[in-house]
Write a protein that binds this ligand. Structure first.
Ligand code: NAI
Length: 476
């Protein structure tokens, strides 16, 4: 009997978990749930939103089924999801959106799998208040992380008979971060000549998804775009109530609905359990219990085909009535001999062998940094006299001031545009001769002596004489 960690979570989590438990009991799925706690209620009870005991259970069992957990906005404890994904290195988030039987939507034939990088990007949550009025988030994209997710996307495509992988990015603006994501995609795609590839800018993708979604197959995206686009795709096939997901790492996986804890409908017995049931189906396929997965899938689809809908799909069935209908379908089915012949979804499954493929994804080691040289500095300073330019040196020994910007817009060299300014400036210095870290420290002590408050510096670097930083506006 396979042991599985079950986290019911917050809000509607208990109601939709009960649906899955009842359905699993009805067909005697050979798994044993080990219930563990996480989320806001857990935090209020035990002082931690993710007890070590819960993490240990997932690590031990290697598989978890997780309900939604509430994350306080703008403060409070860290997101349980993000912590689980990071602690267990669940680097791939898989979100299939497929037109479901019986559900009326604008488009009839959507079948998109969103593969979202799950660790990096703004989800590093590296954030700082630079001044009381200026907030900063660092967006981290790595070659190794991109290598992992793109390799996963192509291997998923092959295993599931998918024809095309589309890389989604914003490399026209974020030339370094999205540029690296896209460049790595192109590199990895060379290993998979039989899969069609394309890339698309994320805003264009959104427009095309709501006009012609049938043209997309597998999408691979950085974390934040994947988060947003997968909700959009969920909307194309009936909304968050029907959107499942899987978080996949090396030999470990956590399955959960895309939606959150839906506090607005919690405790009312009206939540749609479909997303959670579909997540549990993905889980059963992942652990090789395909026949059980197919029975649940078929009976769920029959229920939907028969117009049994919860409120979010304009129906009037409660969560428990909806569940009972699936169980009735299972009971009816079990009276016949033909159980699982015409399963509708067969290609959003991960098979056991996918795990072996993941094992084989090994990104190259870090590029040694011996050939890096310091090319300059971006110094971020606070300067309160907004009517006058900051009094910083234009030249200091090996450093020359090239540009100052405010809110990302160039204000030096003149002309100064008429923009709303804040007391936070970026000052770009380019080195006129080779410099080292001692030179950087000396420069910083000089501006410190001038009483200039600096929040951080970015050392600008060159690799084999190629600039590893974006040109500042006005430097072209
Ligand atoms: P949400 O997904 O909980 O709700 C958005 C809207 O969709 C609400 O109107 C809700 O009633 C509806 N909805 C969601 N799931 C539904 C279902 N199964 N059946 C019927 N209607 C459903 O998103 P929201 O309100 O932004 O977030 C609530 C909380 O959930 C927040 O604390 C958020 O951080 C957390 N959250 C947790 C996630 C997770 O644990 N994986 C994912 C997304 C949000």
């Amino acid at each position: 009997m396979k042991k599985i960690t079950l986290i019911k979570g917050d809000g509607i989590g208990k109601e939709i978990s009960q649906s899955v438990i009842d359905i699993f009991n009805a067909i005697k799925v050979p798994v044993e749930f080990e219930e563990k706690f996480a989320g806001l209620e857990c935090f209020e009870k035990f002082g931690t939103a993710l007890p070590q005991d819960t993490l240990d259970s997932i690590k031990r069992n290697k598989i978890a089924l997780k309900g939604p957990t509430t994350t306080p906005i703008g403060g409070g404890h860290k997101s349980v999801n993000v912590t689980i994904r990071k602690s267990l290195e669940l680097f791939a988030n898989l979100r299939p959106s497929k037109t479901l039987p019986g559900i009326n939507t604008r488009f009839g034939n959507v079948d998109i799998v969103v593969i979202r990088e799950n660790i990096e990007d703004t989800y590093g949550a590296i954030e700082h208040m630079q001044t009381p009025d200026v907030a900063q988030t660092l967006r981290i994209i790595t070659y190794q992380g991109s290598y992992m997710i793109h390799s996963f996307a192509f291997q998923y495509a092959i295993k599931n008979n998918r024809k095309k992988v589309t890389c989604v990015h914003k490399a026209n603006i974020q030339k370094m971060s999205d540029g690296l994501f896209l460049k790595t995609f192109k590199e990895i795609s060379q290993n998979y000549p039989y899969i069609k590839t394309e890339d698309i800018i994320v805003d264009n993708l959104c427009m095309q998804l709501v006009t012609n979604p049938e043209r997309f197959d597998v999408l691979v995206l950085p974390n934040i775009f994947g988060d947003i686009v997968s909700d959009l795709c969920a909307g194309l096939v009936g909304g968050l109530g029907v959107a499942p997901s899987a978080n996949i790492g090396r030999n470990i996986a956590v399955f959960e609905p895309v939606h959150g804890s839906a506090p607005d409908i919690a405790g009312k017995n009206i939540a749609n359990p479909t997303a959670f049931i579909l997540s549990s189906i993905m889980m059963l396929k992942y652990i090789g219990l395909d026949s059980y997965a197919k029975i649940i899938e078929q009976t769920l689809f029959n229920t939907l085909k028969n117009g049994i809908f919860t409120k979010d799909l304009q129906g009037n069935y409660s969560t428990s009535e909806f569940t009972q209908n699936i169980i009735k379908e299972i009971n009816d089915l079990s009276k016949t001999t033909k159980l699982i012949d015409d399963c509708l979804i067969s290609d959003n499954q991960l098979t056991k062998s996918m795990n072996e493929e993941i094992e084989s994804i090994n990104p190259p080691k870090n590029t040694p940094s011996n050939d890096w040289n310091i090319a300059g500095l971006d110094v971020f300073i606070e300067w309160n006299d907004i009517d006058n330019l900051p009094e910083i040196p234009k030249n200091y020994k090996k450093f020359e001031l090239k540009m100052i910007s405010n809110r990302g817009t160039k204000i030096y060299p003149p002309p100064i545009p008429e923009i709303l300014m804040v007391n936070w400036y970026r000052c770009r210095y380019i080195s006129t001769q080779p410099v080292n870290y001692q030179d950087v420290l000396e420069f910083l002590s000089v501006i410190t002596e001038k009483n200039i408050k600096w929040m951080h510096i970015e050392v600008l670097r060159k690799y084999n004489d190629i600039e590893m930083f974006s040109k500042a506006q006005g430097e072209d």
